[in-house]
Design a protein around this ligand. Structure first.
Ligand code: NDP
Ligand code: A1CAB
Length: 255
């Protein structure tokens, strides 16, 4: 029996599948289809590769995980039979999903790659589902990490902060590590130190009752070196640089 059928087997699909397998969803409960890589992925993970219509016919939940601009093409010849369709397609609305799949049982989501370690944060639209589908989606969502019910008008900002966010955090870690290398640290060690620093800081913030802004003062001893660095960030308008990049992310049109 296929519980979760993935149309598209790229980075996002693989992150979700990894998260499901971590949670002991049996590999033979996961189906995949895609033009090029599905068979290879099936062989690697033990999941089931099927043709697209067979995947829909045999799955309880169908996860759309191809690129947003492929929506019309991929769905054109398919019959979704009013099955539960969960989309991860950035920028694609519930109205577009309903029109192209012909099913009312649609959830628009926006996950991030951290679902692979069950620490994702995933937005989901509040569409009317049957109680069985609602339960199935909730279980699926729990496997991924945190779930956030969100109005569709806020999906683009969520996508920029949470969907793209891991790339921006990786960019910061990379910059931190490169700054270490520029000042004499060995590269692998610099990356390890920067990664552990971000990991520990996120955990400290998550467990703290203080804000991220307040915690900066915890680190910056009066008259100390951190204050010198924070002042330099301010002089270079660090917050504006981040805001500018987030605006560019939000402004991008996916379809
Ligand atoms: N990457 C991320 O962090 C996030 C991605 N998303 C969304 O996830 C979706 C996928 O992105 P991502 O995984 O990064 O992209 P990838 O390029 O890694 O994957 C795209 C997948 O689409 C498949 N595909 C292409 N044509 C078809 C078709 N006709 N039928 C079925 N599958 C097809 C490809 O198959 P093949 O390999 O066989 O060519 C490939 O597996 C996008 O809509 C994106 O907006 C959302 C949030 C975060
Ligand atoms: O880059 C993208 O378009 C997708 C959406 C959010 C993360 N990746």
């Amino acid at each position: 029996m296929i519980k979760y059928g993935f149309i598209g087997t790229g980075n996002m699909a693989q992150a979700i599948i990894t998260g499901l397998l971590n949670k002991h969803v049996p590999a033979n409960n996961i189906g995949v289809t895609s033009p090029r890589s599905a068979a290879k992925l099936a062989e690697k993970l033990g999941v089931v590769a099927l043709s697209t219509q067979a995947l829909i016919d045999e799955s309880d939940m169908i996860i759309l995980a191809f690129l947003p601009n492929q929506l019309e093409n991929v769905t054109a010849q398919l019959d979704f039979k009013d099955k539960l369709v969960v989309s991860v397609l950035a920028g694609v609305t519930v109205a577009q999903l309903t029109a192209t799949t012909g099913t009312t049982q649609v959830v628009r989501t926006l996950p991030n790659v951290n679902v692979a370690i069950n620490l994702g944060v995933t937005a989901f639209s509040q569409t009317q589902l049957t109680s069985e589908n609602s339960q199935a989606f909730q279980t699926f969502s729990t496997y991924l990490g945190e779930g956030v019910a969100l109005d569709e008008s806020q999906f683009s900002v969520f996508s920029a902060i949470a969907g793209s966010g891991p790339a921006y955090v990786f960019k910061f870690i990379d910059a931190l590590a490169k700054a270490g290398v520029a000042n004499g640290l060995e590269a692998t060690l610099a990356t390890k130190i920067a990664t552990q620093t971000v990991l520990g800081s996120a955990e400290t913030l998550a467990e703290s009752s203080q804000t991220a802004e307040e915690l900066q003062d915890l680190v910056a001893s009066p008259g100390g070196s951190t204050r010198a660095g924070l002042d330099d960030f301010s002089d270079q308008n660090f917050d504006d640089i981040v805001l500018h990049a987030i605006k560019a992310t939000i402004a991008h049109k996916h379809l």
